[in-house]
Design a binder for this molecule. Structure first.
Ligand SMILES: Nc1ncnc2c1ncn2[C@@H]1O[C@H](COP(=O)(O)OP(=O)(O)OP(=O)(O)O)[C@@H](O)[C@H]1O
Ligand SMILES: [Mg+2]
Length: 207
């Protein structure tokens, strides 16, 4: 997704990005104290602020979400002013609905299951998910180079998920962390409107 910032946005992009980088730098310092983590430039993502981070020469990716909404929605003011966003972000980072917490738990589960192949987690702290860099081109880059191979490429992605579809997959996934969001409509609504808060104090996570 391309973000055009030629016009004024309701929330200032530099403020949002600086706050994201502060959260990532703090999380890296907490997880790997004194190891001098170095943050790279922002990496294009849809939902979260993503950038590379070098820790002891190891290349990681850091991912930090704002209220589970797409960054574009936040900048456009879908969750209010910058002050509103910052206020709501504090409890959100501690909630079980935090998307990076869910992603961390699911990646760990799939690693143990050994299929489909997923990137390795490096750590999770303060809402920031760190994963180890996966080498090679993305599916999007592959599609741009070989558009005539679109069908087999997308098939190959789905094929690796086949075992998780159907009864057998449902059995495996029963052991995974439960999620409340189980439909495309829910995912879409969250990205553009933000998480649904189920009652006061709902969904506070452990640790
Ligand atoms: N561990 C990793 N190795 C290689 N590339 C990565 C890694 N993590 C993230 N990236 C790159 O950063 C981009 C953005 O990350 P990601 O897709 O996780 O964020 P997002 O688009 O904000 O979230 P989501 O896709 O869950 O809505 C990815 O498309 C990918 O190109
Ligand atoms: Mg993405």
């Amino acid at each position: 997704m391309t973000l055009t910032t030629s016009g004024e946005t309701t929330v200032s992009a530099p403020l949002l990005y600086e706050a994201s980088r502060r959260a990532i730098a703090q999380a890296a310092e907490d997880l790997w104290p004194g190891r001098g983590a170095v943050l790279g430039p922002q990496f294009p993502g849809v939902t979260s602020y993503v950038c590379q981070v070098l820790v002891d020469g190891q290349e990681l990716y850091a991912k930090y979400p704002w209220l589970s909404s797409s960054l574009v929605s936040i900048l456009r003011g879908a969750r209010g002013t910058w002050a509103d966003v910052k206020e709501a972000q504090e409890p959100y980072v501690k909630s079980v609905d935090l998307v990076t917490r869910r992603e961390y738990q699911h990646l760990e589960f799939l690693q143990r299951l050994r299929r489909p192949r997923v990137c390795e987690t490096a750590g999770f702290r303060g809402g920031v998910l760190f994963t180890r860099a996966v080498a090679g081109p993305t599916v999007a880059e592959e599609l741009a180079v070989r558009p005539w191979d679109t069908a087999p490429l997308l098939d190959s992605v789905l094929l690796s998920l086949r075992e998780l579809h159907g009864e057998e997959g449902a059995r495996y996934l029963r052991q995974a962390w439960p999620i409340n969001e189980r439909s495309v409509v829910d995912v879409f609504a969250r990205k553009f409107r933000g998480p649904v808060l189920r009652g006061a104090g709902a969904g506070q996570a452990r640790g």
